[in-house]
Write a protein that binds this ligand. Sequence first.
Ligand code: NAD
Ligand code: MG
Length: 386
Amino acid sequence: MRRKIVILGATGSIGKSTIDLIERSPDRFEVVAVTAATNSEALADIAARTGARLAVVADESRFEDLSARLAGTNCRGASGEEALVEAATVEADLVIAAIVGCAGLSPTMAAVEAGRIVALANKEALVTAGELMTEAAEKHGATLLPVDSEHNAIFQCLAGNRREDVSRLILTASGGPFRTTSIAAMRDATPAQAVAHPNWSMGAKISVDSATLMNKGLELIEAHYLFGLSSSRMDVLIHPQSVIHSLVEYVDGSVLAQLGSPDMRVPIAYALAWPERMETPAQRLDLAAIAKLDFEAPDLERFPALRLAREALEAGGSAPIVLNAANEVAVASFLAGEIRLTDIAAIVERVLAENGNAAPSSIGQVLEIDRATREHVHDMMKAVCS
Ligand code: NAD
Ligand code: MG
């Protein structure tokens, strides 16, 4: 029996890596549904290549184009929010949640509520609705398999051990393209410089987050919801080679780590084949050739986003939603050439300081806080720029 797979965000970096793995193991997997934001051409190509029966483009204005491209095939086209949720809940064995940003929250949550095994790449969904999502997973018998490399590493290091024996999680971070850059030079960083990650090839938004270390901050929040440890028991360690993907320290002083070359196909394959394993074309680790691994503490002065994310995690309530929404808007604005890289954390800090911090009790409330924060940040940026 082939495993039926849904890919939410099939046209993105994680989506493409997933398809690459599936095409290498056609006897193990069958793609049943795929989605994209706006690129109907790429989506129709993916549907044709994988044999998916449902293809959903979020942008309704692309529906006609998608339908025309799918004409005469066995794949049905659809568009809009509800169709995304339909794709997330069609009969399947595994849902790859790889939409970027809070836009992935509703479909990811729908897959959880349908009791699916969810391979979670979309960290923003967990950052904004961590408690609601983990509660729903428990209630509906869903399984969350972390695809983010750090969380996947931790998941692997926890296997076969008792959670109560864990004393600390240590999330590694490459430090990004500006690891050794001064604040003054970071002020002038261009989007092209910011997305040029030294070790990983990823979508634009997460690449900017990696350059500001907001990505590691979001990952602390993600780890908190996935593994249940408080902020004080989670450390961040800069490790420029990205060979150790994260570590777990146990009460006896043992530290377990997961290593591998920096290739997202390894954690994606782990989720695809779980609880088994599968072959990947990832380069094998040659530690003798690497010769040495470096580590350093993160510099919170140059990378304030990491401090802000930790503060939002500790504040709880709506703070992680506000942090995430303000960051998403600021990153898009930086990529559009409207603000400086260093403005991103400044905007997030200002918006967090003004936040009332009521805890949301439904996904509807999460989405409303997200929407209101985006509007607030847009107004703020307009006021500064005019
Ligand atoms: P990407 O930008 O390359 O792809 C994003 C995908 O989401 C695309 O298919 C796009 O069409 C879709 N999408 C974007 N906006 C949407 C919307 N409003 N509605 C519906 N679909 C939408 O991003 P990526 O690098 O593949 O990252 C995807 C997620 O995985 C992110 O949450 C990211 O943080 C996480 N992640 C990525 C990597 C990586 O190596 N790329 C590693 C760890 C975690
Ligand atoms: Mg990561």
